[in-house]
Design a protein around this ligand. Sequence first.
Ligand SMILES: *Cc1c(COP(=O)(O)O)cnc(C)c1O
Length: 439
Amino acid sequence: MTTLSSVQAAESKLMVPTYDRLPLLLTRGKGVYIYDSEGNAYLDFLSGIGVNALGYSHPAITKTIAAQAAKLVHTSNFFFHEYTVELAARLTKASGLDRVFFCNSGTEAFEGALKLARVYANMKAKNGARKWRVLAMEQSFHGRTFGAMATTHTVKYRKPFAPVMPGVSFVRFNDVADLKKKFNPQVCAVCIETVQGEGGIHAASREFLEAARALTKKSGAALILDEIQCGLGRTGKMFAYQHYGVLPDIATIAKPLAAGLPLGAILTTEAVSKAFHPGLHGTTFGGGPLACAVALQFLKTLKQDHVLKHVVEVGEYFRERLQQLDAKYPEIQDVRGIGLMVGMELNSADLAKKVVKEMLARKIVINRTHETTLRFLPPFIIERKHVDQVVQALDSILSSCKQTGDAEASPLRARSARTGAAGNGHRRGLQKDSEQKRG
Ligand SMILES: *Cc1c(COP(=O)(O)O)cnc(C)c1O
């Protein structure tokens, strides 16, 4: 019989040891719940790292997968199929960009975006004045392939693979002066997650994004906004950059795009897209009929069911409830985020680790990122009662940590400088984050 312990033992011998998995053997999902092999239900506030935005076994998605699987799964890029055009039309309309390249993952989208930026810059180079440098942000995450890894700030992800792609410099996130200092005519791309995900849920400040847009525009470099985690409705708008009124040259999307099937995309302008021509870039699986049919259904469902309005409402309610905890527990350093991309920063990594574990014991899945940040990326379809359940569980865990005194970083550590009680609207959320000083 397949049990958790038998799978754990066998995986430890058979798999390349890349993952430190949670001790759950999942067998099915329904709505906002996942079920393990013993039939236990877990409330999922991580949704497969922001992928399962419509939850599990959504009827429209399940139906589309079954119908398309019976018709045509894969074609390769040698042929046309019937979904590319409508999907690309919806994505370009929603993003304000002009053209689309489909691929299989976030990393592949971002890697392609870097190639596109380089070739675009080379195309425009005059008198041998090549642009090749890339500016990326501190605390960034763009993926695990060589280019994406080289632009990912976390040292432990890069260092063992050295030498990585040369030409990348890291800019202090939201530090306009540092951006200006490091920007020069050799820069071909500035890469920004509009809201940093793995880095701890930090939104770009308006000032910073506007400065990046102005600098790149003036010199002919590409502004690449990585919306793989924050895009496609997670923040309450289709694209997080729409909170700022800034339009990038290139945007990358993936995670929720095909409701759980692998699909990523590069979106770009007419001008930049001209740098690619047949033969210059490609993929075997990317943008196949199954993934595209499902992505189309995902976008239709977001619209038909007014899902983004719900994301805004329930996201505000969630942050309000977390602010109440914030007022009660000195261990909570900050509550931030936009829509249903929410972070709660604690004052110690051990405490954050413990809270995630205790939440799991209470049958709730959340995640810890950037050491001290609890990250919540629930499906867009959660309701207030699910928020209440999560907040009550956090309340009880934090209060019991206090009583047993085993959160060693406990109360007396200084709180980070506060910037008011804001954070419960995306505008205020953005503002709060931008004002926040990293310590
Ligand atoms: C997850 C993520 C990626 C990588 O996407 P994969 O699908 O895991 O390859 C890149 N950028 C951001 C911002 C992400 O959150």
